[in-house]
Design a binder for this molecule. Structure first.
Ligand SMILES: [Zn+2]
Length: 202
């Protein structure tokens, strides 16, 4: 999430998912099946460390992101990952030309894809941390679309505030009905004259 000082480009606010998101302290048991307490603690530590490397001289809003990847599925032709667990991190990197800056989530995911050969299905969880007090910061709209390109709809995204409290939501909860490759493919056949039978026009 990139906190840009440009007018009208503020960070996205937290949405209201169909189910009430958990709001836990770091010492609570993680509510996501398949993710252990140590894994969550490592994920949190990694995104906290990444936040310290943020380059944000304009917004002064550092953001750290860490992604937990599945083991033994990384491209063997690229630099080996530390093991285990496999963590890839990133931080926001700003620019004097404000829109050129990049959010921590896209830095981390871009690194995972371009430097480590990760693809959709390789990721288990993401954690993001900001210095917000109270409600944790959440990925901006652009990052939600970016996350949805590479992460499964059910993958959890943990969002931490300055006090170590977090909300956790799935990718699908963060971006319901997101645009995807399926939509592009659905337009490649001969659909002349076809109309969606379930389309509801208000
Ligand atoms: Zn963002």
């Amino acid at each position: 999430m990139l906190r840009s000082p440009l007018p009208g480009s503020s960070r996205a606010t937290s949405p209201h998912p169909p189910k009430t998101p958990q709001h836990n302290h770091e010492n609570d048991a993680p509510p996501i099946p398949g993710l252990t307490v140590p894994e969550l603690q490592i994920l949190k530590s990694a995104c906290l460390a990444a936040k310290e490397r943020a380059y944000c001289p304009y917004s002064h809003f550092p953001v750290g992101c860490a992604i937990l990847t599945k083991p033994n599925n990384l491209n063997s032709h690229v630099t080996p990952q530390p093991s285990p667990p496999n963590i890839i991190d990133g931080a926001n990197v700003e620019n004097a030309s404000y829109p050129v800056g990049t959010c921590a989530e896209r830095v981390a995911l871009g690194t995972a894809v371009a430097s480590h050969g990760c693809r959709k299905g390789n990721f288990r969880a993401m954690a993001v941390v900001t210095d917000t007090v109270g409600i944790p910061g959440s990925p901006c709209g652009m990052c939600r679309q970016f996350i949805a390109e590479f992460c499964e709809p059910s993958m959890p995204v943990f969002m931490y505030n300055k006090d170590g409290d977090y909300k956790v939501m799935t990718v699908e909860q963060l971006l319901p009905m997101g645009f995807s490759m399926d939509a592009l493919h659905s337009n490649q056949g001969d659909h002349s004259g076809e109309k969606p039978s379930t389309l509801q026009v208000p």
